[in-house]
Write a protein that binds this ligand. Sequence first.
Ligand code: ADP
Ligand code: MG
Length: 678
Amino acid sequence: KASVLAGDNYEDAMPAKPSQESTGKSAFDMLQEERKNLPIYSYREQLLNAVKDHQVLIIVGETGSGKTTQIPQYLHEAGYTKHGKVGCTQPRRVAAMSVSARVAQEMGVKLGHEVGYSIRFEDCTSEKTILKYMTDGMLLRELLGEPDLGSYSVIIVDEAHERTLHTDILFGLVKDIARARPDLKLLISSATMDAEKFSDFFDHAPIFSFPGRRYPVDICFTTAPEADYMDAAIATVLTIHVKEPLGDVLVFLPGQEEIEAVEENLKNKIRGLGTKIRELIICPIYANLPSELQAKIFEPTPEGARKVVLATNIAETSLTIDGIKYVVDPGFSKMKSYNPRTGMESLLVTPISKASATQRAGRAGRTSAGKCYRLYTAYNYYHDLEDNTIPEIQRTNLASVVLSLKSLGIHNLLNFDFMDPPPSEALIKSLELLFALGALNQLGELTKAGRRMAEFPLDPMLSKMIVVSDKYKCSDEIISIAAMLSIGPSIFYRPKDKQVHADNAMMNYHVGNVGDHIALLKIYNSWKETNYSTQWCYENYIQVRSMKRARDIRDQLEGLLERVEIEVSSNSNELDSIRKSIVAGFFPHTAKLQKNGSYRTVKHPQTVHIHPASGLSQVLPRWVVYHQLVLTSKEYMRQVTEVKPEWLIEIAPHYYQLKDVEDAASKKMPKTTGPAVV
Ligand code: ADP
Ligand code: MG
């Protein structure tokens, strides 16, 4: 058995940190010293011995102790990269990028050479790459092309405690591969102490646990519930800044929107305080933050100043920022939830679990004693918070992973080796959807269309839309639309003083009430016509960065078209062909206008609304398909296109019957506004 060590307070054993001004040392030497100061360093030999002795090993160590950055390097130094790569999965793309950048620096190599990362739509690796950080979703995709992971000598499933959907699916798959490939080493690395569960799942693999350094963290609860957690967070940061000794602050917020709101508000408040107080440096970090700005959170805080990091859950265990002394925890995170009955998925701001709260507080005590301000009451904590977060696999739409598993040849999903199985209702629902999309036949086997769909790293509905565009001769337009849909809602920006201008610029693309999908296509094509001009983006209040990303994604989709032997064909004058392709992917997302201006989804009736940012929010067409539903103050349909009800019968006769699309009020087919031409 590998050693099982107890993690406790190791304050006394703390070696001195190398000081920045130590003489005559190069940056590289300093990095090497920093490496040696990480808690994991003392266990390097023991760890390597355990890896040598066991094929599968569960590794448990406190967040920030060096698991992610050091273990792959140790394995490399011990020769494991001679006959294959070391792959290390991360649940979050930002972590894969940021950690690989750090490791490349520590090894003195250029990122993308010996050390690289691979995330969806972005491959920063080369022939040389031996340490490869990647999202768990990317390893799953690699499995489609290399089912035995033959090019790897070690796979590290890192941040296993996060229990993301893809990590959970990988557990079952890599366990199987390890049995077939005795030469493959498999490491499961996790931050929390509930390692027994991982060990049990992996045929009682030994647990290698090493202590981190933890300083005491003072935990303060509020005495009464806060009315607005964002206001409370801002007030707490300001109080810390004015009253508490120096040391950086980490604030946990649910998402990008909340982070941007708090950032702006904090900046205004600080400006109001004038020069009486010391400098406060505000650093946001969230998944979509451009990589140039991601590095900023790691820059050392200048003497006499204080840094405040506004972060999503990413800073809970995936990224460690040195120097944090104060944590502000409002107690919320954004969580996916899924209703298998209706097939509706939503992203909701939800109270965190006790396990999360403990991790968050721990972030304050990494380099010295710290303080954690919980913006909820102790009663709240003990009585309302769940002990652990429910694994994502039990609260999400499974269509995409089911399609991947089917194309890996795993037919009986109910028998798949899940650590925690998803509700069977959700599995059945996703099989039904894939059948409706024509990806599976009646026997549940992958069809030709399904095989093509599985090639695209997209939601099956989007993949279907692309595959079908071949028939409508508009694949060129459809991949532009798919790329634009994939970059998320942040295409336009609205500067406070120019909102009217920005809104006018946006409305340009909606002329003729073409619908949001076609508007996205018009935006993309206009930009392309200017030869991808940055100036054009400025003039039209469009985010250059988002557009560049869309172009990258589009290029990749074009490459994938070639792979599945679909010709790039263009049919810009036939907007209805484009709309029909959209319907062929999104027909399960059809809604019909009600008398009161709301909509009703056709299957599994539910009341929904057109999102105010949609070009059709004032038009209210009778029949629409939508890209996604988001639940904020109401259930909103985001990205909406008008359709003719007869299309539903034409395109999805197995899904809709005449009675579904007949207009009860008029009996005749509803009139639709004529389509405009781009
Ligand atoms: P673990 O995986 O055990 O949580 P890591 O290997 O991620 O620990 O972190 C070890 C150390 O490396 C931490 O002190 C962290 O601050 C540092 N580190 C990680 N990524 C970066 C980066 N991109 N820039 C600077 N420091 C980093
Ligand atoms: Mg880590």
